[in-house]
Design a protein around this ligand. Structure first.
Ligand code: S3P
Length: 440
């Protein structure tokens, strides 16, 4: 069965929508609730395929998780309570599940083996296996019948403290090490070239753990057990980015759109800052600044924007938003240059290559570079037969482009949207988008 999305030129987006729960924070809430003593309630969790993979693996490790419409409950087993799994642990398409669970499982007393789909099998694991091995973890990659397995041997001795300077800014690397650090006596420090999203550190702090952040350095000093509690997940800024850009770039609009209950953690707001520098009219209302994760409603007003130059310093705070940023750039005046973005080559697909390939079909001027893209703003984008390349963010970015292209944009292989934004069509349609899904 294959799913195709058909998008037609749409009227200007109008109205207000509530943005579904943050994917990164949902994974972390499940993991920290599983390691708590007693029961936690998670509200507004994102019920997407990726998050369900993390839940399914925690269940295989003996954690009882119940899914209700308004909240999920997690019966925490405590730091020492995970059980040896029966069978392999399947992470599907979810890099966050694979990396974070590898960190956690590296410190357990039992063996485990993780695997994923074809795309996940190709994504680099050395970046976390290296530091975890330095902490004493016994971990390796194995290939069998074309599949990659991450094989972890049970620990007889506790892991050792580490001060790790990561060559990449990656929240998955940082979080894997900090999760392993829960089982270390002594400090665990990760230093990154630039700070990546800090949801793990914020959650550790809110649970009373001694986790300190200084610039791009995060240190877990010590672990004390924590009790189950309520987690409330803010809306995902990375999902909000699609209706946000669809509203900004619509040429015939003056209507504003309100995006409700969006997480506005500064480590995630690179797209916000870049769009503002390009001339976007964006406002935050009812901004609750924390403690914990900050949340706001976002007001978006259609805007004329200019191209911009981005370098490696911009990338970590908008790592997931580059596909939709290129759609904004394609409608701006002049050229946008993105550099220092080679990390995009090791995401769910090679996003630089996929964007260049698909934008050319839409007649959007684009040039691919080893570490980035040049996009020239233009009008009269053409309808075309496109592919998602199995990547949710490519699929949704093309759908937004389809809302202003002439003719019809047909996007093949869109089941991947379920990994991060299961109600994407419903939400976009409620704002006026003309799109339908076909099952073939
Ligand atoms: C994530 C971290 C980022 C991001 C991914 C989610 C997380 O990956 O791209 O969608 O939840 O920690 P990297 O750590 O590989 O940059």
């Amino acid at each position: 069965m294959s799913f195709t999305l058909i998008v037609r030129k749409s009227p200007p987006p109008k109205g207000s929508v509530t943005i579904p729960g943050d994917k990164s924070i949902s994974h972390r809430a499940l993991i920290f609730a599983a390691l708590a003593k007693g029961t936690s309630e998670i509200r507004n969790i994102l019920p997407s395929d990726d998050v369900k993979r993390t839940a399914a693996i925690l269940r295989q490790l003996g954690v009882v998780i119940n899914e209700f419409e308004k909240f999920w409950t997690v019966h925490g087993v405590g730091l020492e309570g995970l059980k040896p799994p029966k069978g392999d642990l399947y992470c599907g398409n979810s890099g966050t599940t694979l990396r974070l669970m590898t960190g956690l499982l590296s410190a357990q007393g039992f063996d485990s083996r993780l695997t994923g789909d074809d795309s996940l099998d190709k994504r680099p694991m050395n970046r976390i296996m290296r530091p975890l091995s330095q902490m004493g973890a016994r971990i390796k990659e194995e290939r069998q019948g074309g599949k990659r397995f991450v094989v972890i041997k049970g620990q007889k001795n506790p892991l050792t403290p580490i001060y790790y300077e990561s060559p990449v800014s990656s929240a998955q690397v940082k979080s894997a090490i900090l999760l392993a650090g829960l089982y270390v006596s002594g400090a665990t420090t990760v230093k990154e070239p630039l700070p990546s999203r800090d949801h793990t550190e914020k959650m550790m702090q809110s649970l009373g753990l001694d986790c300190q952040v200084r610039g791009s350095e995060a240190t877990l000093k010590s672990t004390t057990p924590w009790e189950g509690r309520e987690f409330v997940i803010p809306g995902d800024f990375s999902s909000a980015a699609f209706p946000l850009v669809a509203t900004l770039i619509h040429p015939h609009s003056s209507a504003k759109v309100i995006l409700r209950h969006v997480g506005v953690n500064p480590t995630r707001l690179g797209l916000w800052d870049v769009l503002k520098s390009m001339g976007a009219h964006l406002k935050m209302r009812y901004h609750h600044k924390g403690p914990g994760e900050p949340v706001a409603d976002i007001e978006v007003i259609p805007s004329k924007m200019q191209g911009i130059r981005l370098d490696k310093n911009h990338i970590p705070r908008l790592i997931d938003e580059i596909p939709i940023l290129t759609v904004a750039a394609a409608s701006a005046q002049g050229e946008t240059q993105i550099r220092g973005a080679e990390e995009l080559r090791v995401k769910e697909t090679d996003r630089l290559r996929a964007l260049a390939h698909e934008f050319k079909k839409l007649k959007i001027p684009i040039v691919e570079h080893p570490d980035g893209l040049d996009i020239t703003g233009s009008t009269n984008w053409r309808g075309a037969h496109c592919s998602s390349h199995g990547d949710h963010r490519i699929a949704m970015s093309l759908a937004v482009a389809g809302m202003i292209a002439e003719g019809t944009v047909r996007i093949e292989d869109v089941a991947c949207i379920q990994t991060s934004f299961p109600n994407f069509y419903t939400l976009m349609k409620s704002l006026g988008a003309v799109m339908e899904e076909k099952v073939e």
